[in-house]
Design a binder for this molecule. Structure first.
Ligand SMILES: Nc1nc2c(c(=O)[nH]1)N[C@@H](CN(C=O)c1ccc(C(=O)N[C@@H](CCC(=O)O)C(=O)O)cc1)CN2
Length: 290
């Protein structure tokens, strides 16, 4: 069993980005600029946002955080986004999710200008990604692809099973792996927590690659996978004792895997790295650098 080290891969990608950015700045351009909107004080979001701002620093980007109170109205948030959409000094904007329950997340995502949507969540980017057109790709799914590429894990012709159908992970990674361009050309089954157990086991036990994103600690057990499987654990679950675990029973399942992502230090790190790639793309688009 070998670890798919997201920290190492992310550091390598961010180092490549920072070299590119240094070249652009050397030629007289301003720094790439990411704006993050954080509503409220959700503790995990605070930590993710901190990690994004730190990564901006390492990449040579300007990263700025706009904090809005938990009580902000949807209209006020949309007005803030509209202002950033029209601000030429910002290349990309993200609204950290989840949002308080009185705000409709999809309305907020729809309000972001597609050319600044570095999360790749806007329907325009999602559609373009699915069609194989130039697009910002959802960062976690894109990060998983980058991690598989970094370790030369073959995808073409493989049987992949994705567990979880969220708009930000399960759906986009299923499409990206199945598409016939880029990293894809796999045969993909998209399952979810309502998939009947016998059907789920039938799929996962035959899978070459399993990607799980359900947010349930220990969801993938040793009996669910075959020997030599590549296991990508997207789950980030904080237990009552403070320990961070994924959706895989790591101790039991890892010995069966050819490759597995750790939690922490796996996919989470790649989410932030992929966001940096998207931000650089927004900047390059902005300055016609590609
Ligand atoms: N606007 C967005 N909101 C959310 C996204 C997203 O892509 N865009 N994804 C998740 C949270 N997320 C990024 O925002 C994220 C999750 C995890 C990590 C990460 O680095 N995890 C570390 C552990 C961190 C810890 O100790 O808590 C790891 O896995 O090693 C980064 C970003 C939901 N919201």
């Amino acid at each position: 069993m070998e670890l798919l080290d997201g920290k190492k891969c992310a550091e390598s990608l961010v180092a490549d980005i920072s070299r590119k950015v240094a070249g652009y700045i050397g030629s007289g351009l301003r720094k790439p600029h990411m704006t993050i909107i954080l509503v409220g004080t959700h503790a995990p979001s605070e930590s993710y946002v901190k990690s994004k701002i730190a990564s901006c620093g390492r990449a040579g980007f300007e990263g700025n955080l706009i904090r809005l109170p938990e009580t902000v109205t949807e209209q006020e948030l949309l007005a803030k986004i509209n202002g950033i959409n029209n601000d030429p000094s910002t290349d990309g904007v993200i609204v950290q999710l989840p949002l308080p329950s009185h705000i409709n997340e999809q309305n907020v995502i729809n309000a972001i200008a597609p050319e600044k949507d570095i999360d790749g969540f806007h329907p325009t980017n999602f559609g373009r990604m699915a069609l194989g057109q130039k697009a910002f790709r959802p960062a976690t799914a894109y990060g998983i692809c980058k991690l598989l590429q970094f370790y030369d894990i073959p995808i073409r012709g493989k049987h992949c099973v994705v567990i979880g159908r969220s708009n930000i992970v399960g759906k986009p990674i299923s499409i990206m792996l199945a598409n016939d361009f880029d990293i894809g050309n796999a045969t993909v089954t998209l399952t979810h927590i309502e998939t009947p157990r016998p059907l789920l086991l039938d799929e996962t036990r035959r899978a070459d690659i399993v990607i799980v994103a359900v947010g349930i600690p220990g969801f993938v057990s040793e009996d669910m996978v075959k020997e030599g499987v590549v296991l990508i654990d997207v789950g980030i679950n904080r237990l009552e004792n403070g320990k961070l675990v994924g959706d895989v029973d790591f101790a039991a399942v890892a010995p069966k895997c050819s490759w597995i992502t750790p939690v922490p230090g796996g996919v989470g790190r790649m989410t932030v790295a992929a966001l940096m790639i998207n931000t650089l793309m927004a900047y390059e688009n902005n300055f016609n650098l590609t």
